[in-house]
Write a protein that binds this ligand. Structure first.
Ligand code: GDP
Ligand code: GDP
Length: 462
């Protein structure tokens, strides 16, 4: 479970510097959006063992006076609304300015959690500014230096308990923990979830071997559909995402092809496209594994597909260059057979044939993506699950190691994205994997859940 962190503050306090520090080379996947929204950047942040999305509001033209221009205010408000946590930065060498106070006001009103960072705090020139920062009423300021990397453990210390909180919130609804759930927290969870799904475009990564046709596919999609925002000219970032509307659904598509071209000189191609793919996979909700029909299920394809599954992403397999296949029926049969044999962990994931070149099959691909995403987010009621479990147990009871039958008592869905289930049972340690697989496959079929990893945990009753 990750969370999002927005870095906000007036220009020149060091937001970009910190963003770059947190995101590092993972800046690879950056959303450069022209127009009104161009100034929000996202990257995959890393601090110790914490992983999170960093939203950066930097890049605004300088506000020369101490007013807060409308555009900056709107942008900040948007970032604040998007984020689970806001890091509000001031420049400790300058102290608190009237513009900082306006930001503080926005944060007090709108932010879910605020961490106050007094930046440029290396050395004693910052002491006075740090003291002033207390007056903002946003808690104790953290002394940090984005440029020198100082104060990062303190930032970690401030984020870590919040991260734990988000993880707990994600695992909510396990009935036995209900009593301990603080009312405020559950209220907040209820409110924030639908909002996030409503405002965020569906995030897709198109991954696959070099020459599978990734760029062609992405270009076709954004060429035929309305391109809302796209890569900015002249920016030589490793990879880009584009926002588009595909079949009326706002989507953000990460294309990993660009990265490869840039990095070709530095590293061996094979190795690199897997690590590029990895980064894209982490960003995505749905991963489209694009295969070349002529050479499907190569080692590299299998690795990236397996990775997507292990990362818990919804997966759609798309077989490209279908336009040049002659024996389509026969080929399709072969593909399905190879898929089942080589990627049993992705059983049930949709396999769609497409031609990125002609655009054929793209509507089916879009539908498969939507379906996989929907399933990935799906929640099945406890009542339904337990009725189902009863049926599964009576048609095929669990084994009885050492002559004592394992009892399945109760089942609930503990999480979504991807769906995770907990089965309460006697002696979970004795439960063979084959029975767990029986239940997982049964869930997939009974509740029609293609294209999403399903996690199922056996748990003893404490
Ligand atoms: P932004 O406009 O808030 O994104 O600010 P930038 O990240 O572009 O930083 C503005 C200026 O402050 C740059 O010249 C940075 O090098 C400098 N800066 C950033 N962090 C620090 C820091 O920790 N200490 C010092 N002394 N300068 C910093
Ligand atoms: P990437 O490396 O995965 O981004 O692949 P590209 O998009 O650059 O495509 C590699 C080559 O395959 C190019 O020559 C494309 O024209 C070609 N190609 C891509 N999609 C198709 C397709 O659907 N049919 C055919 N016949 N060629 C395709």
């Amino acid at each position: 479970m990750t969370f999002s962190l927005a870095i906000v503050g007036r220009p020149n306090v060091g937001k970009s510097t910190l963003f770059n520090r947190l995101v590092g080379r993972r800046l690879a996947l950056v959303d450069d959006q022209p127009g009104v929204t161009r100034d929000l950047r996202e990257g995959e942040g890393k601090l110790g063992d914490l992983r999170f999305t960093v939203i950066d509001t930097a890049g605004l033209e300088d506000a020369t006076d101490d007013s807060l221009p409308g555009r900056m205010r709107r942008l900040t408000e948007r970032a604040v609304d998007m984020a689970d946590v806001c890091l509000f930065m001031i420049d400790a060498r300058v102290g608190v300015t009237p513009t900082d106070e306006i930001f503080a006001e926005i944060l007090r009103k709108r932010a879910k959690h605020v961490i106050l960072g007094a930046n440029k705090s290396e050395g004693s020139a910052a002491d006075a500014g740090v003291l002033e920062a207390y007056a903002l009423g946003l808690g104790e300021p953290l002394r940090i230096s984005a440029e020198h990397g100082e104060g990062m453990p303190d930032l970690y210390g401030a984020l870590q308990p919040l991260a734990d909180g988000f993880a707990e919130r994600a695992a909510e609804e396990a009935p036995e923990t209900d009593v301990s759930v603080d009312e405020e927290v559950s209220e907040e969870a209820d409110e924030s979830l639908p909002e996030i799904t409503a405002t965020k475009p569906l995030q897709i990564a198109v991954v696959g071997r070099p020459n599978a046709g990734k760029s062609t596919l992405v270009n076709k999609i954004i060429g035929e559909e309305r391109l809302l925002t796209g890569p900015e000219a002249g920016i030589t970032r490793d990879a880009i995402s584009v926002r588009t509307e595909w079949g009326g659904v706002p989507m953000r598509i990460f294309d990993t092809a660009g990265m490869r071209k840039k990095a070709r000189v530095q590293e061996k191609l094979e190795k690199l496209s897997v690590s590029d793919g990895l980064r894209a996979v982490k960003f995505a909700e749905v991963v489209v594994v694009l295969l070349d029909a002529a050479i499907p299920f190569e080692q590299q394809d299998l690795r990236i597909a397996d990775l997507a599954e292990r990362e818990g992403r919804a997966v759609v397999i798309a077989v490209n260059k279908w336009d040049i296949e002659d024996e389509k029926q026969e080929k399709l049969r072969d593909l399905k057979e190879s898929f089942e044999r080589l990627l049993p962990q992705l059983r049930g994931a949709p396999l769609v044939t497409v031609s990125a070149k002609t655009g054929r099959g793209l509507d089916r691909l879009q539908a498969a993506i939507m379906k996989a995403w929907e399933v990935w987010n799906r929640r099945i009621s406890t009542g339904q699950l337990n009725r189902w479990l009863e049926g599964m147990v009576s048609s095929h009871p669990p084994p009885a190691p050492q002559g004592r039958r394992i009892k399945l008592r109760y089942m609930t869905q503990a999480k979504t994205r991807p769906p995770g289930f907990v089965v309460m049972c006697s002696r979970p340690q004795d439960m063979p994997d084959s029975y767990t697989r029986y239940l997982v496959n049964g869930l997939r079929e009974s509740f029609d859940m293609p294209g999403t990893p399903i996690r199922l945990y056996m748990r003893g009753q404490g």
